[in-house]
Write a protein that binds this ligand. Structure first.
Ligand SMILES: Nc1ncnc2c1ncn2[C@@H]1O[C@H](COP(=O)(O)OP(=O)(O)O)[C@@H](O)[C@H]1O
Ligand SMILES: [Mg+2]
Length: 249
């Protein structure tokens, strides 16, 4: 497969997306750039691109093996991966197991409080508006997704949560919450897209509850690079038995 094409299709805050010779396939290149608070805080986390790319691929391969359809095709370098080109559904799906972040702030629930059941939230993926929290009705009325698709997103997100909680538990990590994005393939299938990494998950050490994710950058807690490396090392170990490739196209 030709991966030498360098037509940049779009550049986001954390990744660049390039066209390939195959119109159904794009090459994603992960950057070390880090942003927080809707782009107000900017910086770099050395080695983050390589870690997020490889960690995301290990987890996508794991989810794929357990029946979750994903965009993952093949890792081509430390920071680059071929994925199925999808039309991203502009709904960010957040799953929370413990209270943290905007949930704690908005609703006055102490960070780290166990939730009685996993909570799924939808946010409108729109940087200008600051990714606002929306209801199903908002999503349908804005034409972001159909009601049946939202049900599908909710049930996929809960399955992903279940599988990730178990995998991260093998790593001695508590999955506090995470954000995922889904996309539609040309034939209308909904697949998990984007990334799963310490940028998009809150992960705490199971024993000490030390934060090992992007909150170290957001909150200036220090040791940011070390935290990303620690998480990646543990995930690599827990995923050691997995095949390297996802589904082929
Ligand atoms: N399989 C895919 N096909 C097309 N676009 C994708 C795919 N996976 C992720 N993307 C998109 O690539 C863009 C770049 O990613 P990123 O830098 O994380 O963007 P953002 O600044 O929106 O967080 C995002 O718009 C993301 O939704
Ligand atoms: Mg992103």
């Amino acid at each position: 497969m030709d991966i030498v094409s360098d037509t940049l299709l779009y550049e986001g805050k954390a990744k660049k997306v390039f066209a390939t010779a195959d119109p159904g396939v794009v090459r994603v290149a992960y950057k070390d750039d880090a942003t927080a608070f809707n782009g107000l805080k900017r910086g770099q986390i050395q080695g983050k691109g390589a870690i997020n790319n490889q960690m995301s691929n290990l987890l996508f391969a794991y989810l794929q093996e357990h029946g979750v359809p994903t965009h993952f095709i093949e890792q081509v370098s430390e920071r680059e991966t071929l994925v199925r080109k999808v039309r991203i559904i502009p709904v960010e799906v957040v799953v929370r197991n413990l209270a943290a972040g905007s949930f704690s702030k908005r609703l006055g629930v102490a960070e780290g409080t166990d939730l009685p059941q996993a909570l799924v939230e939808f946010y409108y993926k729109n940087d200008e508006l600051g990714d606002p929290l929306i209801t199903d009705d908002h999503a349908v009325i804005l034409g972001l997704a159909e009601r049946e698709e939202l049900e599908q997103l909710r049930s996929l997100a809960l399955r992903i949560d279940h599988l990730l909680v178990s995998k991260f538990s093998d790593c001695g990590l508590l999955l506090v919450d995470f954000k995922v994005e889904f996309g539609r393939t040309p034939d209308g299938e909904i697949v998990l897209a984007d990334e799963i990494s310490p940028d998009t998950c809150r992960l705490w050490d199971s024993e000490t509850r030390k934060k090992l994710d992007k909150d170290r950058f957001r909150q200036d807690l220090g040791d940011v690079e070390d935290a990303y490396q620690e998480v990646f090392a543990r995930v690599k170990l827990a995923c050691a038995q997995l095949p390297r490739e996802g589904r082929s196209v």
